[in-house]
Design a protein around this ligand. Structure first.
Ligand code: MRU
Length: 342
């Protein structure tokens, strides 16, 4: 993605590897400052995922794949048995970082499978590095194709509503929900975006708005509660969101609030699309309600940017994701095309 820096416009991926260090755009600092977080080992990379320095399903996946490569590099001995034990421990640690985004599990399994049964530790290290880097490259290419395929849905002058951040920052590059918008903009179509602010962590107003500003795409931030107002006034032509996990039947797990947008879109006859790479598809789980939903700290509800906005002593519930049943989805924009069913 293009980023305006003091040194001019630079091209960045959200996450990449430099020797044995994983480098990531620090999303906890945006939009106030653009900083790169450098994580020296797999435990630190796991912590960066857990603490949301990096977030968004495909970006978490790429970081998790790199973390497994870091674990392989960190093992200093040549003893294969010890190496397997060390890698099994790393796999458990990395997979524990966050529970819902499926790409994390997909990436770890993909890199782990490649090192299984390799005859020497040196060779396994080399293969882990190669597998994690090609996983990230493939992930980026999938998002590019989502952009190319989804762009066709956007007519000149169209108004798109999106929830949370499913942009380049949530991926290695391009984004999922934002990729079709980017490509329509590159193709000189006029597009404008309603950006749900996305409480509690404000990924919409902090991250999506920042990305759209970098690209020069028109947008308006709206409070989460205003989406229905604009849909009913027919000021939204289509909704595009990303996904953290798709279950076998096509149900969508995405940032909490997505379900409400889907229901209101259907009520108003507005198409509701989910932009998602196949790495987010969990073939093992049949339906959305079977997936464990992360509940995060109540402080995210009680405070905004560290400032308390609710009386002390208030109880909270803070699910991070919700389930949108497949019946609400007009189509899935994937790297293979636009599908009615997943
Ligand atoms: O809790 P987060 O910020 O990691 O939430 C994930 C998301 O960014 C969204 O749900 C997103 O729309 C899907 S990931 C491309």
């Amino acid at each position: 993605m293009k980023v305006k820096t003091a040194q001019g416009i630079r091209d960045y991926r959200t996450v990449w590897m430099e020797e044995s260090v994983v480098a990531m755009i620090d999303q906890t600092k945006l939009p106030h400052s653009f900083e790169i977080c450098r994580s020296p080992g797999y435990r630190e990379t796991t912590a960066a995922i857990r603490d949301m320095v990096i977030r968004g399903a495909p970006a978490i996946g790429a970081a998790a794949g790199y973390a497994i490569a870091q674990a392989a590099k960190e093992y200093a001995k040549q003893d294969l048995k010890g190496f397997s034990k060390h890698m099994a421990e790393a796999e458990k640690t990395v997979k524990s970082a966050r529970p819902t985004a499926y790409d994390l599990f997909d990436a770890v399994d993909c890199v782990m499978k490649r090192v299984e049964g390799i005859g020497s530790v040196d060779e396994a290290r080399r293969i882990a590095a190669e597998a994690s880097s090609s996983y990230a490259d493939r992930s980026m290419e999938n998002c590019r194709l989502i952009g190319v395929n989804g762009e066709k849905l956007l007519k000149n002058g169209c108004r798109v509503l999106t929830h949370c951040n499913a942009g380049a920052l949530a991926c290695v590059d391009y984004g999922t929900a934002l990729a079709p918008i980017r490509f329509a903009h590159y193709g000189k179509k006029e597009v404008s975006v309603y950006v749900d602010e996305t409480r509690p962590r404000l990924q919409g107003s902090k991250l999506t708005a920042w990305e759209l500003l970098q690209e020069g795409i028109n947008f308006s931030i709206i409070v989460d509660n205003a989406a229905g107002y604009f849909m009913r006034k027919r000021e939204v032509d289509l909704v595009i969101v990303g996904a953290d996990r798709i279950t076998r039947n096509g149900d969508v797990l995405n940032k909490v609030g997505t379900y409400e947008k889907a229901v209101v879109a259907k009520e108003n006859g507005i198409p509701f699309y989910v932009a998602v790479p196949e790495t987010t598809l969990d073939r093992e789980v049949v339906k959305g309600d079977d997936v464990f939903i992360e509940e995060r700290s109540g402080d995210e509800v009680l405070c905004i940017d560290g400032v308390r906005v609710a009386p002390s002593g208030s109880a909270t519930r803070n699910p991070s994701f919700d389930v949108t049943p497949k019946e609400y989805v007009s189509g899935y924009i994937t790297e293979k095309g636009i599908k009615k069913k997943f």
